[in-house]
Design a protein around this ligand. Structure first.
Ligand SMILES: Cc1ncc(COP(=O)(O)O)c(C=O)c1O
Length: 320
């Protein structure tokens, strides 16, 4: 029995074995593992990040019961923060944009969160920088309101370095390569920081959508949700990550659909991109020394039944 709250159930997610077959291909040297972050209570890895940000703010004396937290989020951080605020007695406002599916907005409202919509994109056509600016503006204009800025707040990296990193090592101490998806960069930078400082030699690979510019390049819109940015955030630390690969929407989404059938894992688009990158890596290194390749799967396919898993949506977007 756990007579605490759902906050106590954040983290300690399983690592499952995917065997040596991936996307219908049998590999000689690779064995695949998946850390299933959608088993966190609000269904994503952002439960950990939101908790890390709140705990650090509380430790600094920046939050008291009844205060308001305001954040920009396209979904998962918002859901995680809304759940944690409901449990801890804080108010929460989430800054979103017109691309946010109505179901995401309804989920936030279910937890009692306020919703603020940014209607104007920036010069790249992305809403991300506008959303972040709006969250800061709301925090500055209201009393007892705090913006924790998940994109540029090293507390999130330190939390993952202190918790998620050692958790992975405890479960799979002989891991050779870790693949992680990038948006703010917080979870992969934190995991990478832990391994670089304590178990050097583990290769860390970041994955972002083609068109995203976290690791550089020219911005082009993409459809993968929760991953990728139109700018490079401070919480992406290239000093810790060995290299970054970019994956197209079609590869990400087709992989999602294949993995649900092949492994029984119902995953979001960023996990699909990551697994596609894992298969490419295994192909490039097949015939070399055996390697244990771990993918951190950020969220659950249940959030994408009207997009990635909808045949009509795939066809309308030229992804069939
Ligand atoms: C679905 C999904 N994938 C990947 C990420 C990337 O995580 P991070 O912000 O820690 O880089 C997020 C973060 O919001 C996400 O929601």
């Amino acid at each position: 029995m756990n007579a605490g709250t759902l906050i106590d159930e954040i983290g300690n997610t399983p690592i499952i074995s995917g065997g040596s077959t991936l996307l219908s291909q049998e590999f000689n040297s690779a064995s695949f593992y998946f850390k299933v972050e959608y088993l966190n209570p609000a269904l994503s890895i952002k439960d950990r990040t939101a908790l890390g940000l709140v705990l650090a703010a509380e430790k600094r004396g920046l939050l008291k019961k009844g205060d308001t937290i305001v954040e920009s989020s396209s979904g998962n951080l918002g859901h995680a923060m809304a759940m944690i605020c409901a449990i801890k007695g804080y108010k929460f406002i989430c800054v979103l944009d017109p691309k946010t599916p109505q179901s995401n907005i309804n989920t936030l409202k279910a937890f009692g969160a306020g919703v603020d919509l940014v209607m104007e994109p920036d010069e790249t056509g992305s809403y991300q920088t506008k959303r972040i600016a709006r969250a800061k503006e709301i925090a500055a204009s209201r009393p007892n309101t705090l913006n924790l800025d998940q994109y540029n707040n090293r507390d999130a990296i330190d939390y993952h370095a202190a918790t998620t990193g050692p958790e992975i090592y405890g479960q799979l101490p002989d891991v050779d390569v870790i693949f992680g998806s990038l948006s703010t960069g917080s979870h992969l930078s934190g995991i990478a920081k832990y391994f670089k400082e304590h178990h050097e030699g583990v290769k860390i690979v970041g994955v972002e959508p083609a068109g995203s510019v976290i690791s550089g390049g020219e911005y082009k819109p993409f459809l993968q949700n929760g991953t990728g940015l139109s700018f490079s955030p401070k919480n992406f630390d290239p000093g810790y990550v060995d290299y970054v690969v970019k994956v197209s929407d079609i590869d990400a989404f087709k992989t999602c659909r294949a993995i649900a059938r092949e492994k029984g894992l119902f995953i979001g688009g960023s996990s699909g991109a990551l697994i596609s990158a894992m298969a490419n890596y295994a192909n490039e290194h097949d015939g070399e020394e055996p390697q244990k390749i771990l993918g951190i799967l950020p969220d659950n396919g249940v959030k994408y039944t009207t997009t990635v898993y909808d045949d009509d949506w795939m066809e309308e977007n030229g992804l069939s």
